[in-house]
Design a protein around this ligand. Structure first.
Ligand code: NAD
Length: 509
């Protein structure tokens, strides 16, 4: 079996490389950032902040490659995706190990991260049917109209730290299979597993210049958002940065989608299946240490379900906090010491603002990993909407509980929250579920499902403060996002056809 190492290894140390015009190269930059294992604080590698010349070279390579790539038959593009999905499957376990080391999530969750991205690659293998245009015969006498879904040119993707496999795979496979070329800017906090996937894409046959990678932070992102040769930007990350990217790239005439932060609620009705509901709440709130954009942050207990809180806490207490690679771990570390300090600050604010701290994960000890960024499962009861723990995205293993009397109150509460990423409802009543799905103003709704991330045949959605731009990053909407519709209206004359003379009206007839 072939190995993956060109993308991130040198003889001396593990460092993320740039990918420019098919070559994995060491950056000339003087600015580097350490990549740190969040369970141990061990420096496991370093990442360059690419120079302006390097970013320009990556965009130029993508621009040059576009002319040939867009003419490459789509079966050839699909076959590369078919090969890529095979290679990812083959290397999933070794990528998961690197992902866990640099990101902290458990090995099982790292494999899930890769699997959810892999499903997008599988979907990209059927681009032949997804990219079809429309044809309508006879729109006027002898006139037909049809559409082409043509690639845009050079597209760019900017990704967050929490899904270093899935989110890059939401973007570049769909973009390039549609005939675009791509410049990817992975998260600087955990780029190594992303680079392994990129290397597999090159091994699968992605030609030089079609996929390029630059690393960095704000300066590199701003260059991508303003460069004239980039036609579209797909961003996933926090609301603050996503809003900046959306505005900056939009001002420079680009098509933009920003998938941003969240504060996800789950509504628990008293008629719900209690055991299933409580298990789902605990998994969704504390899995991946709460660092999912679809993590559960707020449980809204309706009426009599208020009496289930003690059992919820008892279940959360059983979760094992440990390094992600250790067996039976439920909660790994958060990504950085800075992220941990932020989570602890928010927990303290909840205490000071008067929420009832039922389970306190602040002083969790993990033998053998005393320096890790661990926070145990934390639960606040009787929170209110004025509190910071309710208003801010915590991005840590903290669940906030609010009590209301009716479904209508729950819906009003959630619709008043600025975020609109995901929501869940637990009930055994179809009528309640139908009312909820109709009235709730949230992009992704789960009915007895806590983290309703859509499979790739649909698209990732999100509303209000969680998303800017109309189209999602994978699924049918990604094909729309990465192509532009050209509408052709045609008429062919018979040699002996009689002319109807000059017509100065707008009508085709
Ligand atoms: P982040 O916004 O800090 O970083 C995202 C990307 O933006 C990174 O590549 C980073 O290098 C770059 N960046 C950081 N600061 C920048 C700046 N000032 N200017 C320009 N670029 C900058 O996000 P993160 O902490 O890596 O990821 C967590 C966030 O992402 C959470 O808010 C989470 O909800 C969100 N997220 C959303 C979705 C979704 O689909 N809605 C999915 C995953 C994560």
């Amino acid at each position: 079996m072939n190995t993956i190492q060109n993308a991130y290894k040198t003889e001396q140390l593990t460092q993320a490389k740039l990918l420019i015009n098919g070559e994995f190269i060491d950056s000339n930059t003087t600015q580097w950032q350490d990549i740190i294992n969040p369970a141990t604080q061990e420096v496991i590698g370093r990442v360059p902040f690419a120079t302006r010349d390097e970013v320009n070279a990556a965009i130029a390579a993508a621009q040059n490659a576009f002319a040939t790539w867009r003419e490459t038959p789509l079966q050839a593009r699909m076959r590369i995706m078919l090969k890529l999905q095979d290679l990812i499957r083959m290397h999933a376990k070794s990528i998961a190990k690197v992902l866990t080391a640099e990101q902290g999530k458990t090995l099982a969750d790292a494999e899930g991260d890769i699997q959810r991205g892999l499903e997008v690659v599988e979907h990209a293998c059927s681009i032949g049917t997804l990219q079809m245009g429309e044809y309508l015969e006879g729109v006027a006498r002898g006139v037909d109209t049809y559409t082409l879904q043509q690639p845009l040119g050079v597209c760019a993707g900017i990704t967050p730290f929490n899904f270093p496999a899935m989110i890059p795979l939401w973007m570049f496979p769909m973009a390039i299979v549609c005939g675009n070329t791509f410049v990817l800017k992975p998260s600087e906090q955990d780029p190594l597993s992303t680079m392994m996937l990129v290397e597999l894409a090159i091994q699968a046959g992605v030609p030089a210049g079609v996929l390029n990678v630059v690393h960095g932070g704000k300066e590199v992102v701003d260059m991508l958002c303003t460069h004239t040769d980039i036609k579209a930007i797909s961003f996933v990350g926090s609301t603050a940065v996503g809003t900046h990217v959306y505005n900056l790239a939009g001002q420079h005439g680009k098509r933009v989608q920003s998938m941003m932060g969240a504060k996800n609620h789950v509504v628990v009705m008293p008629d719900a299946n209690k055991e299933q509901t409580l298990n789902a709440l605990v998994g969704a709130a504390f899995g991946a240490a709460g660092q999912r954009c679809m993590a559960l942050s707020v449980a809204v207990m309706v009426g009599e379900s208020q009496h289930w809180v003690d059992e919820l806490v008892a279940k959360a207490k059983t979760l094992k906090v440990n390094a992600g690679h250790e067996p039976n771990t439920d909660i790994g570390p958060v990504i950085s010491t800075r992220a941990k300090a932020r989570v602890l600050d928010l927990i303290q604010s909840g205490v000071e603002q008067g929420a009832q701290l039922l389970l306190d994960g602040r002083d969790v000890q993990v033998p053998g990993y005393e320096n890790g960024n661990f926070v145990g499962a934390t639960i606040f009861n009787h929170a209110t909407t004025e509190m910071r723990i309710y208003q801010e995205e915590i991005f840590g293993p903290v669940l906030v509980i609010i009590h209301v009397d009716t479904l209508e109150e729950a819906i009003a509460l959630i619709n008043a929250n600025p975020f609109g990423n995901g929501v869940g409802l637990f009930t055994q009543s179809g009528a309640t579920a139908r009312t909820f799905q109709n009235k709730i103003d949230i992009g992704q709704v789960g009915i007895n499902i806590p983290i309703p991330v859509p499979v790739p045949f649909f698209s990732f959605t999100g509303s209000r403060g969680s998303k800017l731009g109309d189209l999602g990053p994978y699924g049918k909407q990604a094909v729309q996002f990465y192509t532009q519709t050209k509408t052709i209206t045609s008429r062919w004359f018979e040699d002996d056809q009689e002319s109807s003379g000059v017509n100065t009206t707008i009508s085709l007839r």
